[in-house]
Design a protein around this ligand. Structure first.
Ligand SMILES: [Zn+2]
Length: 201
């Protein structure tokens, strides 16, 4: 009883400096696979509003906290957000984002030990009008052996018609429907901004 109580008081993680990027979220105790760790909170705005808020940002600034819920709604973790926005991207993550009833939750996909950094795969969507250096802007530094080098998904930029299949339109950023793909940012990135949560400094 006592231990259950005290563990209830101990938060799952704490935010501190990360070697991956800016700040990160680190487990304070063992988190079992399947645990719903935190809800991704922030002001819920339209895509238009999200665009408006971040369009003035430098194109090379990947430091925003937008999370696409669906074709109508984006969560802006930069306004009224919680610590979920500090969870970094990884290509080999121990968490995933789950969209349920238009709310977004971060859940453990495996058992996480105290001290481990929490992460999930942002899978930022690609857009037809992404600048050529979009992969640099959203470069991944997770350091895993299987790092794909980018926080974007699909991992490779669709090739121009000449080089590949004539279809490059796939990256259309359909609203996050399939809960666990598509998540974060992205949908609707007319500019690379809508992106990742990388902590600002
Ligand atoms: Zn990576």
């Amino acid at each position: 009883m006592t231990s259950a109580r005290s563990s209830r008081r101990t938060p799952w993680f704490k935010v501190r400096k990360s070697s991956v990027h800016g700040k990160g979220a680190f487990a304070l105790r063992r988190i079992r696979k399947g645990t719903r760790i935190i809800e991704y909170l922030g002001e819920r705005v339209s895509h238009e509003e999200a665009d408006r808020r971040y369009e003035i940002k430098d194109e090379n600034d990947s430091h925003t906290f937008l999370f696409v819920v669906d074709s109508k709604t984006v969560i802006d973790g930069g306004t009224g957000g919680n610590e979920a926005r500090f969870i970094n991207h990884s290509c080999n993550p121990n968490c995933e984002s789950v969209i349920e009833g238009k709310r977004v939750f971060i859940e453990a996909t495996r058992t996480i030990e105290p001290g481990d950094e929490l992460s999930y795969d942002y899978q930022l969507g690609r857009d037809d009008d992404d600048p050529p250096n979009v992969d640099e802007i959203y470069a991944c530094r997770c350091g895993h052996a299987d790092c794909r080098g980018t926080m974007l998904w699909p991992p490779k930029r669709p090739q121009p018609a000449s080089a590949r299949t004539p279809r490059s339109g796939a990256a259309k950023t359909a609203p996050a429907k399939t809960a666990r793909s598509k998540r974060k940012a992205a949908v609707k990135r007319s500019k690379p901004r809508t992106s990742a949560k990388v902590p600002r400094r």
